[in-house]
Design a protein around this ligand. Structure first.
Ligand code: HPA
Length: 276
């Protein structure tokens, strides 16, 4: 949890985008990649990186969750200039949706055309165990209401995940020998993990994966005209599927250990994106 003043005074996004753009230098980006819990390794692979911490921009607090070092890294990967966002703000930190989606709105202001979101998720079905990789087809938002990003679209973006990018991800996975599942994600508010009864409910709703991020960002990105792709790395079976209790440190640990496959897939996807 954080009790930063930013929770009550949303940052000036225009000023923040101008400041970030100034620090990162001229040139357009082929994509922005948001790297979730324990998945930040790809940031170290960027050539000629320029790093800006979230809290170097006015109005942006430090992100306080273990495994999330909140920062942007601009650089080149597989011949493309990309913007990595390593770490993110979460609703479960007590932060408003405006701040959770602020980095996405900054990416939009910088003219980024493609948004690739990643997360660590729980597998709601026995077939989706630790190490499984999935591309999101759809989601169920059980986090909270309110979509300030898209007031003119009656609040809700119906299809935030770009079908062409999804097909590209499936094709790239095949190229690198990864079985990429096409699945539905439920966003929970957290911060506690779900109960076994909640997971049974999600399974009946047709949900495959559960997590506490990604949906606000996908909705905001889509509303702002970015083409969105979201990838989940399953770090654990969700509550009640196997008897062991869940633990955040274990989630981060599995994410780090299985991140190599996801990184390989992300590289392949970035290589296939149109050059900026
Ligand atoms: N539930 C919610 N969020 C998660 C999980 C989970 O089981 N695993 C990783 N993030």
């Amino acid at each position: 949890m954080t009790s930063s003043p930013a929770a009550t005074h949303p940052p000036d996004l225009e000023a923040a985008a101008a400041a970030l753009g100034g620090r990162l230098g001229a040139g357009s980006f082929a994509a922005a990649l948001v790297l979730g819990s324990g998945l930040g390794g790809l940031a170290d692979a960027l050539a000629a990186p320029v790093v800006v911490r979230f809290d170097e921009l006015p109005g942006f607090p430090r992100s306080g969750v273990a495994g999330h070092a909140g920062r942007w890294i601009a650089g080149r990967l597989e011949g493309r200039r990309i913007l990595i966002q390593a770490g993110r703000y979460h609703i479960y930190e007590g932060l408003p949706r405006e701040l959770v989606t602020a980095p996405i709105r900054i990416a939009a202001a910088l003219g980024v055309p493609v948004l690739v979101l990643t997360n660590a998720a729980g597998g709601v079905r026995p077939a989706l165990g630790p190490g499984t990789l999935a591309v999101l087809v759809d989601h169920v938002d059980l986090m909270e209401g309110g979509f300030p990003e898209a007031p003119s679209r009656a609040g809700r973006a119906a299809h935030p995940y770009d079908p062409e990018l999804r097909r590209l991800a499936v094709r790239c996975a095949r190229q690198v020998g990864i079985d990429l599942q096409e699945r539905t994600y439920a966003a929970m508010r957290g911060p506690s993990y779900e109960t076994p009864a909640e997971i049974r409910m999600l399974r009946r709703l047709g949900v495959d994966l559960v997590g506490m991020s990604t949906v606000p960002e996908a909705v905001a990105g889509h509303a702002l005209g970015l083409r969105c792709l979201a990838l989940s790395l399953v770090t654990n079976w969700a509550a009640g599927i196997i008897p062991a209790p869940l633990d955040h440190a274990e989630v981060i640990d599995v994410a780090r250990k299985s991140a190599a496959n996801l990184e390989g897939l992300l590289r392949e996807i970035v290589r296939e994106l149109p050059a900026a």
